[in-house]
Design a protein around this ligand. Structure first.
Ligand SMILES: Nc1ncnc2c1ncn2[C@@H]1O[C@H](COP(=O)(O)OP(=O)(O)OP(=O)(O)O)[C@@H](O)[C@H]1O
Ligand SMILES: [Mg+2]
Length: 447
């Protein structure tokens, strides 16, 4: 895998800043419970590979025996061929099954781990990011990782082995024909490497453009009632939407153009390869140095050798997005969690603030040296202009945030000594913005 990542590093900007090892270290434990499925899928992949490699040779033998062998040989070869084809199908089915079980289990666990993390993370982690982005990590990013894991990774390894295997068989069958097609290899690599890099770049830009359109739609829909009332604003919004849409269309067209040019160039290369082996092979057959079956078998391996080059180029794309997704997910997985103490002693409700300083952003204090005392049973109203920090005081008491300096005490003990869920249970908090949890009214009141 090393060279692929290194190659990516050369042609990709905005690569994950976390090391591959760090990403692996966090994601690997989630895969471990399903290791047996991964191994089973890998074993099935190897088996399928061997069967795949056997098929062109069998086809060549079949053709040669049809052209000059015995009836018995033809029949037994046909049966072996059928057996291999059936086994190929069955093994492919098993492989897909194991891969999907492993991948989907990984997706489920990763999602559960993320959701758990989100619920335990410090509130800064949540408020720093837009909700949409966090949801996107839990849903889209995890899907991308799952896809790359099931679709990309095992296939890419299998593809690489297929290429080496096919080349080895090609050399064994006919080193002369191999020499004829080998000069195409640098051209093929160049096309794939260069154009695939370009395609990735365009695709990424296109994805960003689509994200902009999505954000715009989201903005429009959530502010629909307001936008409706301002006709001028509506016109501006429509114009802005048209602009981002236009950008998205042209970038997507550009990306598709690059991809189809890769496909077309590869088809041309393949056609050149086929023409070359048919011509040189034909000359050899005419001279009695080669059988038709050998050409057919060789042709089979040639396409087997070329196909993975294309899928590997696609794999670059999927591993690139998966790495980026894995980085975002890992970043969230290591987000700081809320930590509380162990204190769970009964509380009377004696609240004391001593010279508390706090702000949401560095150098932007909101609470500047507040001290106050509230005795049990006392009713205190804190009054102040909007934005003066009233809600912030309540949030500090509940430890959604910790003060920069000063102390907040409940019954004479610092609030951070209390067990977090206990602290939040003994303080009734009615937030300024109502939040309704789906379920019964009762659940909303007591849960
Ligand atoms: N999550 C946050 N991130 C950054 N700044 C914040 C955040 N929450 C509040 N602030 C800022 O902190 C200041 C105090 O906000 P706070 O909500 O405590 O005010 P308030 O007194 O409750 O106002 P209101 O009367 O409108 O409810 C404001 O300037 C607000 O913009
Ligand atoms: Mg408030």
């Amino acid at each position: 895998m090393g060279w692929r990542l290194a190659a990516l590093g050369k042609c990709e900007e905005g690569l994950p800043s976390l090391s591959f090892r760090e990403i692996l270290r966090r994601v690997a434990p989630l895969i471990r419970p399903y290791a047996k499925y991964v191994y089973a899928a890998a074993a099935a992949t190897v088996l399928r590979l061997l069967l795949n490699l056997a098929i062109p040779v069998l086809m060549g033998l079949l053709i040669d025996s049809a052209m000059g062998g015995s009836f018995g040989e033809l029949t037994s070869l046909s049966l072996v061929f059928l057996g291999c084809a059936a086994a190929y199908w069955w093994v492919g089915y098993a492989r897909a099954y194991f891969m999907i079980v492993a991948g989907q289990s990984l997706v489920r666990d990763l999602r559960a781990a993320l959701l758990d993390k989100l619920l335990r993370a410090r509130i800064e982690v949540l408020s720093k990011e837009e909700v949409g982005r966090l949801v996107s990590r839990v849903m889209n990013d995890v899907d991308v990782i799952g896809d790359a894991f099931t679709g990309g990774l095992i296939d890419a390894v299998a593809d690489a082995i297929t290429m080496v295997g096919a080349l080895a068989v090609m050399v064994t069958i006919s080193s002369r024909l191999t020499l004829v097609v080998l000069p195409l290899l640098p051209a093929v690599l160049l096309i794939n490497y260069h154009l695939a890099a370009k395609a990735r770049k365009t695709f990424r830009m296109a994805r960003k453009a689509v994200a902009k359109v999505t954000a715009k739609v989201e903005q429009e829909v959530s502010g629909a009632a307001v936008v409706k009332t301002y006709v001028r604003r509506r016109d501006i919004n429509e114009r802005e939407f048209e602009e981002v849409s236009k950008e998205s269309v042209s970038l997507n067209v550009e990306a598709a153009k690059v991809v189809s040019s890769v496909d077309l160039l590869m088809s041309v290369m393949r056609a050149l390869g086929i023409a070359a082996i048919l011509y040189v092979g034909g000359v050899l057959v005419l001279g009695g140095e080669m059988t038709v079956g050998t050409i057919v078998a060789f042709y089979g391996y040639l396409s087997m050798f070329f196909r993975p080059l294309q899928t590997l180029a696609m794999f670059f794309n999927s591993i690139q997005s998966a790495l980026a997704a894995a980085e975002r997910v890992t970043e969230l997985l290591k987000a700081e969690e809320e930590e509380g103490g162990a204190l769970r002693s009964p509380v009377k409700g004696y609240v004391e603030l001593r010279n508390v300083h706090f702000g949401y952003e560095r150098n932007l204090p909101v609470i500047k040296g507040v001290s106050l005392e509230v005795k049990p049973g006392e009713l205190v109203a804190i009054v102040g202009p909007t934005g003066s920090g009233k809600s912030t005081l309540a949030k500090l008491l509940l430890r959604f945030y910790d003060p920069w300096s000063g102390e907040i005490l409940l019954d004479g003990r610092r609030v951070d000594e209390y067990d977090l869920s206990y602290l939040r249970r003994v303080i009734a908090y009615v937030p300024q913005e109502p939040a309704v949890i789906s379920g019964k009214v009762y659940d909303n009141l007591v849960a």
